[in-house]
Design a binder for this molecule. Structure first.
Ligand SMILES: Nc1nc2c(ncn2[C@@H]2O[C@H](COP(=O)(O)OP(=O)(O)OP(=O)(O)O)[C@@H](O)[C@H]2O)c(=O)[nH]1
Ligand SMILES: [Mg+2]
Length: 428
């Protein structure tokens, strides 16, 4: 005779208040795709500056971000507009996040709304006391350098305000499928992966499993860590499904380049049907943990009858970032409700155009740096008459609205600083 409950759907352990925000076009597309599989206690909220895209998502809980600023027409691909739109609705965002244990933020980085609004939402969610997990896609290479730069800047900003950011490079999606697959199908696959990641984390925390993981376990490796994470969902079936899963983990494009080996924490959720044996669970746990002996592992394993015949493994690997708490003065819940909104966006009629060029300002030089620049030319340069070259009287040119923007960092160098300064070259 079967033990009671063996054939029933997994029972929820405790009601975890989980809110999932889809931000911008990609974020709302993911919500639309995952909605049929979302558990009833998971609240899905679609937000966008673009009314049309929002309506098309079909998500019942939705609102237009910064409607007075953008008139529901989108951000024009400008993250500053997305950010300003979110700031004008900061109080509403925070109210939506109240009472949530976990807030998931889903967006495609590179455009205006997802890139600009997500960090503001993350701040609001943190202030509301939630654990904030962001899952974002990064643009395809063919989308060009502007999108890629915007995505990088948005990623850095989001990381500052979120407990962990799970990055899914769209380009790597091609490695999971045939390169000839069209972009729409590649997006669908990426959306599936993001949606599956959210559902798997929720399953891990809420269903009664063979090996349970608590919300506090997840908090211990994510809260305040500002970590960068990778996500992989692996499935295998058949008689040799354990070996097949392990082989797929070894070759998985999202885990290539030392992602597993160098992770500070690794969350592993194993799900299978009623045929899942303890032997399979322990073999998988043992083999996966051998890959990285230093890492903090969180293992969960559960039975879900809809997975009969197959094993599904969800891996979230994280590397901790610097713990930078945002200054109190920049909190989105400030009494004026606009936090650090830039003056040009406070005029609702001006949806600004991106300036085509800007001159980098001369950097503020310390006394030591000035002395260094006045010293003789570096070795290898032609000898001059011995006269010292003074610093050219450079005029400080403002970057305008980019003045307070994050520096463009490449291999540890700030590309907004003129090359001659970065390389300590003396101008003759
Ligand atoms: N995975 C996935 N990525 C997408 C999808 N749509 C767009 N993207 C990616 O997400 C990036 C941002 O696109 P959107 O989400 O449409 O942009 P947005 O956030 O709405 O911003 P604006 O439209 O500029 O206001 C793109 O550069 C693509 O790389 C999608 O349906 N799925
Ligand atoms: Mg859009």
């Amino acid at each position: 005779m079967m033990e009671s409950g063996q054939n029933e759907s997994p029972t929820p352990r405790r009601s975890l208040k989980c809110k999932v925000f889809g931000v911008g076009g990609a974020g709302c597309n993911v919500l639309k795709q995952m909605a049929p599989d979302a558990p009833v206690d998971m609240q899905l909220v679609a937000i966008n500056t673009d009314t049309g895209a929002l309506l098309a998502s079909g998500i019942s809980d939705q609102f237009v971000l910064g409607e007075k600023l953008t008139r529901g027409l989108g951000s024009g691909g400008d993250p500053e507009v997305g950010r300003a739109a979110a700031i004008t609705d900061a109080a509403k965002l925070k109210a939506y996040c109240e009472g949530a244990d976990i807030v998931f933020i889903i967006a495609g980085l590179g455009g205006g709304t997802g890139t600009g609004a997500s960090p503001i939402l993350a701040k609001a969610a943190k202030e509301a006391g939630a654990l904030v997990l962001s899952i974002v896609t990064q643009p395809f290479q063919f989308e060009g350098s502007r999108r890629s730069t915007q995505a990088d800047e948005g990623f850095a900003e989001l990381k500052r305000h979120t407990d962990t950011v799970i990055a899914i490079p769209n380009q790597k999606i091609f490695k999971l499928i045939d390169e000839k697959t069209n972009v729409r199908n590649a997006f669908t696959l990426a959306n599936n992966l993001v949606g599956e990641g959210v559902l798997a984390i929720h399953r891990l925390l809420s269903e009664t499993g063979l090996v349970n993981v608590d919300f506090s376990d997840l908090c211990s490796v994510t809260r305040g860590k500002h970590s960068e994470s990778a996500l992989a969902v692996i499935e295998a079936k058949g008689a040799h499904r354990v070996e097949a899963v392990l082989e797929k983990i070894r070759k998985h494009p999202m885990l290539s380049g030392g992602v597993l080996e160098e992770a500070d924490s690794i969350l592993v959720n194993l799900t299978a049907g009623d045929d899942f044996t303890m032997l399979e669970v322990s073999e998988l746990m043992e083999k996966i943990s051998e890959v990285n002996k230093q890492s903090h592992f969180i293992f969960g394993a559960g039975i879900n009858p809809t997975f009969d015949g197959k094993i599904s493994v969800t891996l979230v690997t994280s590397r901790f970032g610097d713990v930078i708490e945002p200054p109190v003065s920049s909190r989105v819940g400030d009494s004026n409700g606009v936090g650090e909104i830039k003056p040009e966006f406070q005029d609702e009629r001006s949806v600004p155009k991106r300036s085509s060029r800007f001159a980098a300002p001369a950097p503020d030089l310390t006394e030591d740096k000035k002395r260094e620049l006045f010293r003789k030319a570096p070795r290898g340069r032609k000898k001059t008459s011995g006269l010292r070259q003074g610093q050219l009287p450079l005029e400080t040119v403002s970057k305008g609205r980019f003045d307070k923007s994050e520096p463009t960092l490449y291999e540890g160098q700030d590309l907004d600083v003129p090359t001659y300064i970065r390389r300590n070259v003396v101008l003759n």
